[in-house]
Design a protein around this ligand. Structure first.
Ligand SMILES: NC(=O)C1=CN([C@@H]2O[C@H](COP(=O)(O)OP(=O)(O)OC[C@H]3O[C@@H](n4cnc5c(N)ncnc54)[C@H](O)[C@@H]3O)[C@@H](O)[C@H]2O)C=CC1
Ligand SMILES: CC(C)[C@@H](O)CC[C@@H](C)[C@H]1CC[C@H]2[C@@H]3[C@H](O)CC4=CC(=O)CC[C@]4(C)[C@H]3CC[C@]12C
Length: 342
């Protein structure tokens, strides 16, 4: 999107642990695209990649709420990695840093308090035990506290953090896993979450667009945007996590069975705890990481939606993709996956 929507872009550097063939497709236009294979946990690699950059958009992260990675690894990538990016900006004189934070920095919290169509100023007790939200909260704090630090050359570092709610769209692994789970169950998914529990979702293209916009406006309005957080939002409907997924998986042939959860919450939590026990027992042999675990069940069962226009007020953000367009693009992606089932 930077290549399509940022006319002043002269070079785009993509720094990632895993580079993919998709990068070749980007290298066809006038803008130089530099792919750098590297690890954010390695400070020297980050510094070398950042040197000479005008703006850094730091979106790398270990997104794991399924127990695949250790809490130490999650912390090392998400927190130490972010610290390395900040220090690289300071040491090399890069003045603008945008961080991809998350709704999870706020909630849902461990007490299951609902956050109903809240905004960046809504009071809410952010309390986390899980390594992922803890790491995102710590990383966001580092980024915001770094705002105003002097970078090499004496100018101030200008930072901000974007907080996407549940991202969906092309490439969404969880949506993909749920789709194949439904296919294995004869085209059916079984409702586990009450339809009344709203979960915020935002299309990946609109998240990307907000990043492009804020990276541009951070340079023009440093005093207003520096040190700020912005929820990522669009016109995706407020629905339960499962009902929202069915907006996309329904047209792909799946059916959600049950107008209300087929099992009581206590039994679902028992099964989630059983999954967690099995994961622990099997770890020496294999990685067992099902969708259902105590954390994901609690998350899915707690309302968390945002209603805000702070990004619009501060830097003129308007979603680039309508709900219909976002939905149709995602449906097309799911349908194109057929035949590539794992
Ligand atoms: N998926 C979601 O619903 C949401 C994601 N986010 C945030 O968005 C960002 C992107 O996440 P997604 O696109 O969902 O996940 P993703 O896994 O598709 O993207 C993460 C990227 O970071 C790279 N990465 C991981 N460890 C690295 C390391 N040590 N060094 C360099 N690169 C590394 C991965 O290779 C991958 O390309 C993350 O910071 C995540 O916390 C925020 C809110 C919601
Ligand atoms: C098994 C069922 C209970 C099923 O409904 C579980 C769904 C569960 C996998 C998802 C429910 C809420 C999701 C999280 C939410 O969108 C916020 C997130 C923000 C991020 O930064 C990363 C992803 C996630 C933690 C997201 C992960 C999947 C859910 C827990």
């Amino acid at each position: 999107m930077l290549l399509q929507r940022e006319p002043r872009l002269r070079e785009l550097r993509v720094f990632d642990l895993h580079l993919g063939p998709w990068l070749e497709e980007l290298q066809t236009g006038p803008v130089q695209v530099t792919a750098i294979q590297g690890d954010v946990t390695q400070a020297h690699e980050v510094t070398a990649a950042v040197a000479g950059a005008h703006v850094v958009i730091h979106t790398a992260g270990l997104v794991d709420v399924f127990g695949r990675a250790s809490s130490e690894t999650i912390h090392e990538v998400n927190v130490q990695g972010t610290q390395n990016v900040i220090e690289a900006c300071v040491q090399t004189g890069t003045q603008f840093l945008v961080y991809t934070s998350s709704m999870e920095v706020v909630g849902p919290n461990i007490k299951g308090h609902p956050f109903y169509r809240g905004n960046e100023d809504t009071p809410y007790e952010a309390a986390h035990r899980h390594p992922y939200p803890r790491s995102k909260a710590l990383a966001e704090q580092l980024v915001l506290e770094a705002n105003g630090r002097k970078v090499h050359g004496g100018l101030p570092l200008v930072t901000c953090a974007l907080r996407p709610t549940g991202i969906y769209g092309e490439g969404h692994q969880i949506m993909r896993d749920i789709y194949y789970q439904g296919q294995r169950l004869g085209g059916r998914l079984f409702r586990a979450i009450p339809a009344s529990v709203e979960h915020g979702r935002v299309y990946v293209g609109n998240v990307a667009w907000m990043h492009v916009l804020v990276a541009r406006e951070l340079q023009q309005q440093a005093a207003l945007l520096g040190g700020q957080v912005y929820f990522c939002y669009d016109s995706s409907p407020y629905k339960s996590y499962e009902d929202f997924n069915m907006e996309i998986l329904g047209p792909c042939g799946l059916r959600l069975v049950g107008a209300r959860p087929l099992l009581p919450y206590w039994l679902l939590m028992f099964l989630a705890l059983l999954n967690a026990l099995l994961q622990w027992l099997l770890r020496p042999l294999l990685l067992y990481a099902p969708l259902l675990n105590p954390y994901t069940l609690a998350m899915a069962n707690t309302t968390f939606t945002v209603s805000t226009n702070k990004a619009q007020r501060h830097f003129g953000y308007e979603p680039l993709f309508s709900w219909e367009d976002s939905r149709n693009r995602t449906i097309r992606w799911v349908r194109a996956m057929d035949g590539s089932a794992p």
